[in-house]
Unconditional design. Structure first.
Length: 568
């Protein structure tokens, strides 16, 4: 489906699907695409379906509409177009035919039996070995070919630097290092455009003339050359600033003693994101003597290519940041909505119990008071469990290990759940392994984890008529692992649902479930170095296999030998 994705502005990270034939865009809340941007008109523009494509139409707005930095009144949209309305920048996606490009459904991955006869791997090389192709130099090859190979090597290394990081500062430092490896420049700087102020902000600079121990020299860059590059949207090279007709005699580039300079725009898919500048320099007041040019047109072309690669990386990182923000906001919204729903139900229960207590006190009826208190107490336990699950899931912690008897721990959970099982008319049985020694466990965390799994098993059998839950423990033959098996004869879990039951807020209990129990239990067991496995057959029941490493308590020295010993 075609969509507009906001990559800049107050609505950054939002995606608007273009489902209707005509989609209105503006500041008013009755627009399909409502933008919280004071520079957007109340009814600013429309995206209209036109055959198999889409057209953006400006509705005589105050500040206009721009597609790929060009102001338009009506413009067909292509996938990847940049749409700017006010200070909001959006990417249009979709609306084009697939042409000769096939679909994933047309691809089959075949096994060895049905593979093409005679097909075999004849050569395999690593990524590092493949990259050496561009660094091989043949003494007999022509200077042109050697230069071309060198240029390819530079672009290859630039592409690697771009693809290996999502950190803008780290990327720009690497780009500057690469530039100074192959060009004899004195100074250099990379600047990015601040999208809020449209000003250039220096991010990385280099000054080869600076000697260790010298007072740090500030790098002054000519506004003249920067303005020219931004206005003309083209890279420039000057070999002698005083003789270059593009620069006025009073311009800063002449006064500053710049002999040669290359300045190129960082042109991405959707506009200029910054500039890269390098120069050779003579201290003001010194005579500029005749010299051999260090910069050539070839350097300028390579600088433009490198700047384009860096610009794409900057845009990708901005897009990635917007996507992360969108996912974070979506997760936050889902969390708030889900938890609010459960808290609301619990509060309603407490309110109902409080009403009974109040009525019982008025009529001095202790039976009604006890009934009301039982409801309040039950809901207090629910909200306590909800808060504990939230804290456990949101916070990473190392288990507080201590020598513990797993059988006693599981027996305590079964005893605690016996009343609930009886109310649900579910038989709850414990089958512990005999002679279980103590192992290093966090009993508090494991108690919560096992309790969640047993609770789910009882709930799964509640309406089966003859529900039964068996909780058993075992120790592997090699004494390397422990197991707690919770088996029930409930309705079972569909194969597709098994893959989702450990996802946060994924619950099959409707309003009764929070969707936190199993994710919390899995997290606790994984923090112990174990895991939870599930075996289930729809209509027959499920088995949850909770595994733990069997870590024996460390051997302690006899108590009478502790005196006088030094412990570190």
């Amino acid at each position: 489906m075609a969509s507009l994705f906001v990559i800049q502005g107050r609505d950054q990270g939002r995606r608007f699907d273009l489902e209707q034939e005509t989609v209105s865009i503006g500041r008013d809340n009755d627009n399909v695409v409502q933008l919280h941007d004071c520079e957007v008109s109340r009814n600013h523009a429309e995206v209209r379906r036109a055959g198999d494509g889409y057209v953006l139409v400006d509705l005589k707005s105050s500040n206009g509409c721009f597609v790929n930095t060009t102001q338009i009144e009506e413009q067909p949209l292509s996938s990847g177009d940049r749409v700017q309305i006010g200070r909001t920048l959006m990417i249009f996606t979709g609306g084009e035919e697939a042409s000769s490009i096939g679909f994933a459904s047309e691809v089959d991955i075949v096994g060895q039996v049905s593979s093409v006869a005679g097909s075999r791997i004849v050569k395999a090389i690593s990524h590092e070995e493949g990259s050496q192709l561009l660094s091989q130099v043949d003494a007999s090859e022509s200077p042109w070919l050697a230069r071309a190979r060198s240029n390819l090597q530079i672009m290859y290394r630039t592409a690697l630097a771009v693809s290996h990081t999502l950190d803008i500062d780290q990327l720009l430092h690497r780009i500057m290092d690469l530039i100074f490896e192959w060009v004899e420049a004195d100074r250099g700087c990379i600047m990015l455009v601040d999208r809020q102020t449209e000003a250039l902000l220096p991010k990385v600079s280099c000054n080869r003339r600076q000697r260790p121990g010298q007072e740090k020299e500030r790098l002054e860059i000519s506004r003249t050359i920067l303005d020219y590059v931004l206005d003309q949207r083209e890279g420039v090279r000057t070999s002698d600033a005083k003789e270059d007709q593009r620069w006025d005699a009073a311009a800063s580039i002449v006064k500053m003693g710049v002999r040669e300079a290359i300045c190129v725009p960082m042109q991405g898919r959707y506009g200029i994101v910054g500039v890269i500048y390098i120069d050779t320099y003579t201290t003001p007041g010194r005579i500029i003597q005749r010299h051999t040019d260090k910069f050539s047109d070839e350097h300028l072309k390579l600088m433009i290519a490198i700047a384009h690669q860096a610009a794409l990386a900057v845009e990708d990182t901005s897009y990635y940041s917007a996507m992360v923000q969108a996912e974070r906001l979506a997760a936050m919204g889902q969390t708030i909505a889900t938890l609010s729903h459960h808290v609301k139900n619990i509060l309603q229960g407490i309110r109902g119990g409080s009403y009974l207590i109040e009525e019982g006190l008025k009529g001095e009826d202790n039976d009604i008071v006890r009934k009301g208190w039982a409801i309040v107490d039950k809901n207090q336990e629910k909200i306590s469990n909800l808060v504990m699950d939230m804290l456990t899931f949101s916070k990473d912690r190392n288990p507080d290990l201590m020598p513990s008897d797993l059988n006693e721990l599981v027996a305590d959970v079964v005893e605690l759940m016996s009343v609930r099982a009886k109310d649900a008319k579910v038989a709850l049985e414990l089958e512990p392994v005999t002679s279980m020694p103590e192992f290093m466990l966090d009993p508090e965390l494991l108690h919560r984890a096992i309790l969640n799994v047993v609770t789910n098993a009882i709930d799964a059998c509640e309406h089966s008529g003859s529900g039964k839950v068996i909780v058993s423990t075992s120790l592997s033959d090699d004494t390397e692992s422990l197991q707690i098996i919770v088996a029930d004869n409930g309705g079972g879990i569909d194969e597709e649902d098994v893959k989702r039951i450990f996802s946060v807020f994924e619950s099959r209990k409707g309003a009764r479930g929070t969707g936190l129990g199993l994710p919390v239990s899995q997290k606790i067991f994984r923090e112990h170095g174990g895991d939870i496995l599930v075996e289930s057959t729809l209509g027959e029941g499920s088995r949850f296999i909770l595994t733990l490493p069997a870590v024996a308590p460390s051997a302690k020295p006899p108590s009478d030998t502790l005196a006088g010993m030094k412990f570190e």
